[in-house]
Design a protein around this ligand. Structure first.
Ligand SMILES: CC(=O)N[C@H]1[C@@H](OP(=O)(O)OP(=O)(O)OC[C@H]2O[C@@H](n3ccc(=O)[nH]c3=O)[C@H](O)[C@@H]2O)O[C@H](CO)[C@@H](O)[C@@H]1O
Ligand SMILES: C=C(OP(=O)(O)O)C(=O)O
Length: 426
């Protein structure tokens, strides 16, 4: 096992290239299941989750080729997926347990093959994370759902039929599954209370370029006119707004000045507003977004919400920022019931945080002090790495497999900005 060793106190400055978005890439990689033609995705990030989904697609019979790399599965950024035929409709536990987003093969498999048998993903460190909305969506399109031996079987042997899907609360994954199921259904589907995240828009763009007829992506109501078949396409994965936001926080915390190259400010409004409230400078540039410190960090309040609200995937990073603010901040986690696992670890670095229910009160301290810390999930790991960048002494962050799910070449990118950071055997 490896760990990150960070010697805090360096100001970050320069330009950091923003990678393709993990949370856009994963649903996009499921679109090839909907067509017998090849689909090429460019700007794919080099991440463990991309490998896991590649394994699952291979298992289902999708041929995957990696272009532009110097060898090795992590070296390419452009991949072509060819699902000329589907050999298997089972997503096995061994793969699904590594990555919840495996559930995204459910909708496209039922739509194309008339059946999908997917292991129930179960909960994870941040919460229970049921999949009832995914199942509700498929049932609304006429699929029969059975739960057996830890697997969900969805079947529609004569094909899906368009219908009304009304989500109780917006769900990113369930909206994506619903979209990928409805594109090949007979007739019209309406999704009410759809998630409005930019990743949904990216998925709809890709599906439309394959011949789908989707309108309203990015709004609460999405309409899909089913088509008989889809064709291949080439699609560029959107920039990762969560990765970009994480580097924005790094710039502000370290008193630095960083250009987030390729970042899309329009997708990051809620977090950029909080950067400004915390006293940072935000400047939109032709090639991205500049974030710079401008004096002491001020306290701020956050409630996580579905897009366009403040993203839960940035909560841990902003909590790290709040630990060194002048004054108190309150952060309320309203999406996942157990997403404060970084709190005790931040406290080990000297932070002053009290949690009451779903709210954390963070009283800024003069400075953090290094300690070995344990990452519990992806964004918690980034929160701890950010704290390490300002902590006095040498902080080690263990359990890097979480970070490797979602941050491409993290230590390389931070080092290029001036951080003193190494990945070492743990
Ligand atoms: C791969 C990916 O894109 N992951 C993101 C996606 O996860 P994911 O798609 O799993 O998250 P959802 O938007 O579905 O979750 C929103 C809320 O709905 C609940 N829910 C969801 C589905 C369901 O069937 N039943 C149910 O109750 C969840 O427990 C949660 O409380 O959106 C989350 C919320 O922005 C992000 O934190 C994740 O990084
Ligand atoms: C929670 C996350 O991912 P996933 O939904 O894949 O667990 C995340 O990206 O922060």
């Amino acid at each position: 096992m490896e760990k990150l060793v960070i010697r805090g106190g360096k100001k970050l400055s320069g330009t950091v290239p923003v990678s393709g978005a993990k949370n856009a890439a994963l649903p996009l990689m499921c679109t090839p299941l909907l067509t017998a033609d090849p689909v090429t995705l460019t700007n794919l990030p080099r991440l463990a989750d991309i490998n896991t989904l590649t394994d699952l697609l291979n298992h289902l019979g999708v041929a995957v080729t990696i272009e532009g790399g110097k060898g090795g599965r992590l070296s390419g950024r452009s991949m072509t997926f060819n699902a000329a035929s589907i050999n298997d409709t089972v997503a096995p536990y061994d793969i699904v347990r590594k990555m919840r987003a495996s559930i995204l093969v459910l909708g496209p498999l039922v739509a194309r093959a008339g059946e999908a048998i997917v292991s129930l993903p179960g909960g994870c460190a941040i919460g229970n994370r049921p999949i009832d909305f995914h199942l509700l969506a498929l049932e609304a399109l006429g699929a029969r759902i059975d739960l057996e031996d830890g697997y969900v079987r969805a079947s529609a042997p004569t094909g899906l039929t368009g219908g009304l899907i009304n989500f109780p609360v917006p769900s990113v994954g369930a909206t994506e599954n619903a979209l990928m199921a409805a594109v090949l259904a007979k007739g019209t589907t309406t999704i009410e209370n759809a998630a409005r995240e930019p990743e949904i828009i990216d998925l709809a763009k890709c599906l439309n370029s394959m011949g789908a007829k989707i309108t309203g992506a990015g709004h609460e109501t999405i309409t899909i006119e089913g088509v008989d078949r889809l064709h291949g396409t080439t699609h560029k994965v959107m920039p990762d707004r969560i990765e970009a936001g994480s580097y924005a926080v790094a710039a502000l915390m370290t008193g630095g000045d960083v250009i987030l190259e390729g970042a899309e400010a329009a997708d990051m409004r809620a977090m950029l507003t909080k950067i400004t409230e915390a006293g940072g400078i935000v400047e939109e540039k032709p090639n991205g977004v500049r974030v710079a410190a401008n004096g002491p960090i001020k306290g701020f309040n956050i409630v996580t919400q579905p897009f366009p609200g403040f993203p839960t995937d940035m909560q841990a990073q902003f909590m790290a920022l709040a630990t060194i603010a002048d004054g108190a901040s309150v952060i309320t986690e309203a999406i996942f019931e157990n997403r404060f696992m970084h709190v005790p670890e931040l406290c080990r670095l000297g932070a002053d945080i009290t949690v009451t229910g779903s709210s954390a009160t963070i009283r800024g301290v003069g400075g953090l002090k290094s300690a070995p810390v344990m990452a519990t999930d992806l964004r918690a790991s980034m929160g701890l790495a950010l704290a390490g960048l300002v902590a006095e002494g040498e902080t080690s962050v263990n359990r890097l497999y979480h970070l490797d799910r979602g941050y491409e070449r993290l230590e390389e990118k931070l080092r290029a900005l001036g951080a003193d950071i190494d990945r070492v055997p743990g």
